[in-house]
Design a protein around this ligand. Structure first.
Ligand code: XMP
Length: 323
């Protein structure tokens, strides 16, 4: 019979057995999965674990701080932070194709992560043998690992598998769905704001800008996203929606009027969805007054945005993310 207590006990024992007196590394993405995986491994092997957080500059407002401060405070985990935002922006310059963006972000991520790993190994010696991954059951299935289905989008997970993998993997969440992972995280004592955090893709805001990713566009999208999240939280809707991607259509402009002038700005798309496991999803029927507040605030407060549109497509046929 399935209980969070059983899952934790089983995994802790298995991880201890697997790791022995060696050391492990875990990449933190800011999301629930890697946080819970890290907390689980931390519970099993304590200071034999070192976490790495690569700041790719594609995070939402406040998320990096949440990892650096709140997660460390909650778990006492050893954390190495690498600021690589310049590098990612340079690599993404001029790129608009979604799959190419995903590949570049995944590739750069692995490079930066491997460099951090090398530094940790230099500090801690050859006992570093294991890599922790927050792979969930749906990731296994969608990447073709479970059922042989085609790869829909090249899923990028933290510390995604390099070709010449020299680590043994620890994947304590491989059999779990998202809601189960949240329960395990809660049982492990992680703060509510981390455990209840909605899913956020590894490539971050890089795949929520339709068009080229630039610093200015990222800053703009961060503002719009922060407003949407603030209003959804204030309305008490966080538990009702699975996630709400906020997308900037950077390659689209439309005419508007603001104050006493014509504007020619970009649309922001709100993509609130309800889902059990992200394999399928329905668009959330958000209250009109909440949508109105988000729309008013975004068009008033975010420079160059003069229109807010709502995505009313289920998955399938639409995916949750736009890229
Ligand atoms: P889609 O867009 O395929 O997304 O319907 C399904 C779920 O997966 C998240 N997502 C990702 N998560 N790396 C991740 O870790 C990725 O590359 C990635 N792409 C999409 C998405 O936010 C949704 O929850």
């Amino acid at each position: 019979n399935w209980t969070t207590g059983n899952v934790i006990e089983e995994q802790v024992a298995a991880i201890r057995e697997q790791v022995g007196d060696k050391r492990a590394i875990c990449g933190l993405s800011g999301g629930v999965d890697s946080a819970v995986a890290a907390a689980l491994v931390q519970k099993a092997i304590g200071s034999q674990l070192t976490c790495v957080y690569v700041d790719h500059g594609l995070m939402r407002k406040g998320e990096t701080e949440q990892v650096e401060k709140d997660f460390v405070a909650a778990t006492g985990v050893q954390l190495k932070v690498v600021d690589a935002s310049e590098r990612f922006l340079n690599a993404l310059a001029g790129v608009t194709d979604p799959e190419e963006k995903r590949k570049i972000i995944g590739r750069e991520f692995i490079r930066v992560f491997e460099q951090a790993q090398a530094e940790i190994i230099a500090d801690e010696g050859p006992a570093v043998e294991f890599l922790v991954q927050g792979t969930l059951y749906p990731d296994v299935v969608e990447s073709g690992g479970g059922t042989g289905t085609a790869n829909i989008k090249s899923h990028h997970n933290v510390g995604g598998l390099p070709e010449d993998l020299e680590f043994k993997l620890i994947e304590p969440l491989r059999k779990l769905f998202k809601d189960e992972v949240r329960m395990v995280g809660k049982e492990l004592g992680l703060p509510e704001e981390i455990v209840q955090r909605q899913p956020f893709p590894g490539p971050g805001l890089g795949i929520r800008i339709v068009g080229e990713v630039t610093k200015e566009r990222l800053d703009l999208l961060r503002e719009a996203d922060a407003i949407a999240r603030e209003e959804l939280t204030a309305a008490g809707l966080d538990r009702d929606i699975w996630q709400c991607p906020v997308v900037l259509l950077a390659d689209v402009r439309s005419v508007g009027v603001q104050g006493d002038g014509r504007t020619y700005g970009h649309p922001i798309v709100l993509r609130p969805v309800s889902s059990e496991d992200a394999m399928t999803a329905d668009w959330s029927r958000l209250p009109y007054d909440v949508l109105a507040r988000i729309s008013t605030r975004i068009t008033n407060e975010v420079k160059d945005v003069n229109r807010v549109v709502l995505d009313v497509t289920s998955k399938p046929p639409g995916t949750i993310e736009w890229e």
